[in-house]
Design a protein around this ligand. Structure first.
Ligand SMILES: Cc1ncc(COP(=O)(O)O)c(C=O)c1O
Length: 422
């Protein structure tokens, strides 16, 4: 049957002219870069741009995930159905859609049910399901190849794709008239690739959408080319292709609330930030030793947010550099070398801050705390020494820290000028 379908275009003699063009709705698609995909009108305008307005003729491939179905995940909710079964022809309202091969109508469709046709080509029987058509032929009618199957149902404002006809191929009448689901969860994609053959060729669509690297591809490149110590989060990582606001999105259109990432302080893909960065990178992108107006206006704005007497900024590129510099300044100014840190902390990856990061010096390959580093326990009322049942937890954590400082000074090291009295 796959061979019959592969010859579909030839059988039907180009069923749709011009052939539909790829409409990539996968989460990584550029289509979503500029729009909020919860806004149906904005998505539709974007799709009209891609499809070149007047002659709307797009094709959304079989088993592709999209952001249009996926909703934000909630604890305990089922895996969302983000993967469409079958291909979708995105057409103009009321456009006539022809049958690519001859068939006999088994169910007329309507009210959310598909039009179902039985086909017999070169001794092979198969069935097609069509959603989104009006004016379909009656049951038992024979529809020759190229004859109309109906008109694309008029779209509503809430339909981000506009008029859209979804087409599935099935191996049995029972599957086709069940009716089969139109979208399924990503974990069911493999099963549906066997249950429902790809209708692309039958519909005259021959483009191959660019492959998005799978999680296995990405992990294996990381393993081979990224330093082993630069580890990734999670034993079973997600293949993240997009971030927006407080959400990450993976290649299957599943959303993950981002409560961990520390890079995007104002949310993912904040439009004002991306616009400003793009504007500036088009003009000038260089280091702080060159002189240019933006560096002055930026520090002025920054300093205006700081309390007196803070008015001098040292610009760096990362948290590691900032902490490294802060530590070096503190040591230089006070003439003291010893520091107190909190167990479990991570302060960055330069040589200096690795020495005050228990997370590093106690981790694999770590050489333990340098003689100048002294830990206090993490004041965490869930997991540490004093819990929520202890009303004096705060005072006790402070007292323990003061004891560590006391021990350092008792060892003959000078007390820092601002340290609390024991
Ligand atoms: C608390 C903390 N300090 C410092 C750093 C180091 O920052 P960067 O990765 O920008 O060097 C990080 C990075 O994760 C951090 O979480």
């Amino acid at each position: 049957m796959e061979e019959v379908l592969a010859e579909g275009a030839a059988l039907a003699g180009a069923p749709y002219a011009p052939a539909p063009q790829l409409l990539d709705l996968r989460p990584a698609s550029d289509l979503y870069d500029e729009v909020d995909w919860h806004d149906a009108r904005a998505v539709r305008a974007s799709i009209d741009d891609v499809l070149d307005g007047r002659r709307r003729r797009g094709y959304v491939p079989h088993l592709s995930a999209s952001l249009l179905q996926g909703d934000r995940r909630r604890p305990g909710a089922d895996e969302p159905a983000t993967v469409q079964v079958g291909g979708s022809l995105v057409v103009a309202d009321a456009e006539e859609v022809a049958s690519p091969v001859s068939g006999v109508v088994e169910a007329r469709g309507g009210a959310g049910m598909p039009l179902v046709l039985r086909h017999a080509v070169e001794g092979q029987e198969f069935w097609t399901c069509w959603w989104g058509l009006d004016d379909t032929p009656p049951v038992a009618a024979t529809v020759p190849a190229g004859a109309p199957l109906g008109r694309a149902a008029a779209s509503e404002e809430k339909d981000p794709l506009g008029s859209c006809v979804q087409v599935q191929v099935h191996r049995t009448a029972r599957m086709a008239t069940w009716p089969p689901p139109r979208v399924v969860p990503p974990s069911a994609r493999q099963v549906w690739s066997h249950l429902s053959p790809d209708p692309a060729r039958l519909l005259g669509f021959t483009e191959s959408p660019a492959a998005v690297p799978t999680i296995d591809d990405v992990v294996s490149v990381r393993r081979r080319h990224i330093a082993r110590s630069q580890r990734n989060y999670y034993r079973a990582p997600m293949n993240l292709v997009r971030g927006r606001d407080v959400w990450f999105h993976d290649e299957d259109g599943l959303a993950y609330l981002d409560s961990l990432n520390n890079v995007t302080h104002v949310g993912h893909a904040e439009p004002r930030v991306t616009a400003a960065a793009t504007r500036q990178m088009r003009k000038l992108n260089t280091n702080s030793r060159f002189v240019y107006p933006q560096i002055a206006s930026y520090v002025q704005k920054l300093v205006a947010t700081l309390p007196d007497p803070l008015e001098v900024v040292f610009l760096v590129c990362s948290g590691s550099e900032a902490n490294d510099l802060a530590l070096r300044i503190a040591r230089q100014v006070t003439g003291r070398q010893h520091i107190v840190n909190i167990d479990g902390a991570y302060h960055g990856n330069t040589g200096v801050v690795t020495g005050i990061s228990p997370n590093r010096y106690k981790g694999p390959g770590g050489a333990g705390a340098p003689a100048t580093t002294h830990e206090v326990v993490i004041p965490d009322r869930y997991r540490s020494t004093y819990g929520y049942d202890d009303a004096d937890a705060g005072v006790k954590y402070a007292r323990d820290a003061a004891a560590v400082i006391e021990r350092i000074t008792a060892d003959g090291r000078p007390r820092p000028p601002s340290s609390p009295s024991p």
